[in-house]
Design a protein around this ligand. Sequence first.
Ligand SMILES: *Cc1c(COP(=O)(O)O)cnc(C)c1O
Length: 429
Amino acid sequence: MTATQDLAARSRAAVWHPCTQMARLDAVPPLPIARGEGGWLFDTTGRRYFDANSSWWVNLFGHSDKALHDAIKAQLDTLPHVMLAGCTHEPAVRLAERLSARTGGALGHVFFGSDGASAVEIALKQSFHCWKNRGRAEKREFVCLKNSYHGETLGALSVTDVQVFRDAYDPLLMRAHIVCAPDSRRSTEDLALAEMRELLERRADHIAAVIVEPLVQCAAGMVMHGAGYLRALRALTLEFGVHLIADEIAVGCGRTAGFFAWDQVKAPWPDFLLLSKGITGGTMPLSLVLTTDDVFDAFLSEDVARGFLHSHSYTGNPLACAAANAVLDRFDAGQVEEIGRQAQRMADAFAPLAPRVADLRQRGMILAFDVPEAPPRFAEAFHLKAREHELLIRPIGNTVYLMPPYLIDDATAAFLAQAVTATLNDVLA
Ligand SMILES: *Cc1c(COP(=O)(O)O)cnc(C)c1O
């Protein structure tokens, strides 16, 4: 047995892989990855794969980024961890201040979690508890969009409308309102807003919050909408007195061109804004819930139980905060403008593919297209074939997408377009 087969077999025996039907592990064996450098991952035999999905949308500047590693190493030798109840530390304070400043102070309070789903849980609890503290405990319902994805713990799954993830646990979940989603492919923005208005007119007295992924519903299959929808949605939530939660776990940190997706919306800030995934550039687990003075003040009291008594063991971990501060350093130094140039290279390289596929679409560094006449098990077949073309990519159903690290020069853009086209040729042959 080669070392590579050995690692895959040991993994099959001992590791329960996420988001995987383990019975199909022989058909789709996990790649044994030994190391990463820039956009590339290298397996134990030395073969390389371009990480076109940024390792599930977390990596920003490539693997083994020196500035990020140096920031973590320096923090490691100073203070790897201390609890954030009863203690505080410079990396957390600095990160909170810098994120708040990026909202012009509108979202001036930052709560720390460990991953995206925990940030969603925190925002749902804070929204409900805020209304309860104001004597409005009947506002306990949540609204999400059709095909929304907000994570897989029970609260997050309750506002997630992806059947494969949700159906098995349906009896355990809260009942959320699921409203028509805007979709640039079908011009459904007006319909989506009309449905939202109708629901809020009828039910706002019982609704705590609407949760939405601004600009791109990623796990839904890179379903995109315009800033106009979000402006109108913000106006509706203000008119009817319900919170708006902007889940920027995937779309934040430059993916959609602004640092925040909301930077492009030009409307009042949402009541909650969530970050995770890219915020540490793919190095450490961390999530953040940003909120307003208005929400924060509703918890201030001599009564302990009116406070937000929520925590995770690694809340505000200094190593993760140090990595996030190093990510913000890059954005302070012109990263958004650089992303704009790289996104244009992607657009130019993929334009020739447009006649062969459906709905080639792009928002910043997220590029996607659909393959309408795809054969059965298309996503799996595409993923496997792509490996032969040095590409690590996992379509969602019939939607092929790229969400690469911010390392796209002309040669890399050309390589990606060529590898995707070659894979498509193989799979549709
Ligand atoms: C990935 C994701 C989550 C969940 O984050 P995890 O870190 O996987 O728990 C929540 N919302 C959105 C929009 C996501 O893309």
